[in-house]
Design a protein around this ligand. Sequence first.
Ligand SMILES: [Zn+2]
Length: 273
Amino acid sequence: MDPLHGNRRVEAGPLTFFAPLEPLAGIGHLVMTTRAGGLSQPPYDTLNLGAHVGDVGERVRLNRRKVAAALGRKLREPVVPDQVHGTRVQAVGELHAGTRWEQPERALDGTDALITAATRLPLVVLVADCLPIAVADPVRRAGAVIHAGWRGLADGIVEATFTLMAQTWGSEAADLHVWAGPAIGPCCYEVGPEVAHRFGGFTRPGEGDRVQLDLRAALHARLGRAGVNEENITGLPLCTACQAELFFSHRRATRAGYDTTGRQALFFWLDPS
Ligand SMILES: [Zn+2]
């Protein structure tokens, strides 16, 4: 079995990325960053791309510039939403290029998914256990990114994204291709009954009244119910908590006694037609 599930590992100077072997639906490019090659110090070591986790701002800026340089000069400046584990989706275009990328600003507040039809405009999701998701619609030539932890997933962030794509461009779920990146796996994701009761069927027994939650399986089931074809669902199903060399994990950091950690990022952009 392919351990990278149709993805490849890319060494770009000191940086290590993962990317699918083929563009998503033939139109979407994506890059998943890892911890490698950045300037941040513990517990943000080293390629922390999150500007709101307590790291030194200048280091985050330099880390982000390293990634932007590796992505290539033909792209616009990336767009970063202000993620809050909610269900708000916003449409962005060329004029949003660079939003929240070089510095904090009051834009795209409280937003956990972005949709766009603009080409060469990287949409960003920052994660450290939550699912980073890219969506491509090859028929309407549109795309989206989604930040989905248990709360956003249970509250319907994925469906909200599909709804806004349908309202904006007439996107149909049967046409969508979805890629879901590294997130905390059921091996490491112990949750209490207040979370478990939102995810019946995607948990297995743990210690006491705790259970192990399979966030990715819950996502796949929701995608199926929304009308996405199973063969159009791909991703890189690695566990962020297990893969300590590669990824930041909030849960792993908490267990080690830290109250914060860095963020890796999914970058997703559409090709010019
Ligand atoms: Zn694990």
